[in-house]
Design a protein around this ligand. Sequence first.
Ligand SMILES: [Zn+2]
Length: 118
Amino acid sequence: MKKHDIILLVVIIIVLLPIAIILLNLGKGGYAIVKINGRVMKTISLNKDGLYAYVTDYGYNKIEVKDGKVRVFEADCPNQDCVNKGYIERNGESIICLPHKFEVTIKSKDDDYDVIVQ
Ligand SMILES: [Zn+2]
């Protein structure tokens, strides 16, 4: 490989890498919408890691935001479906805890406005 071929390759990588990162991020959601009993309780940005707990008459769900993903890591529901679901990260994916009427849905940055207005 000639020297200027290497330079060309480096330039291609420098130009393409940000585009690739942007394309990869497009599929990922920007927010986690937390709903209890069909009502939006909170819109959480997935850009920041954090732990959140929701306690209702039905029971509790603790959720974790990490690396743009979200999961229910602890709950006192009998079936533990929400905990077993693990991390979700793509737009439209959701974790539902039926016994607690608890729901976490991923929404991309583009259409979160509609959700807040609901
Ligand atoms: Zn559950």
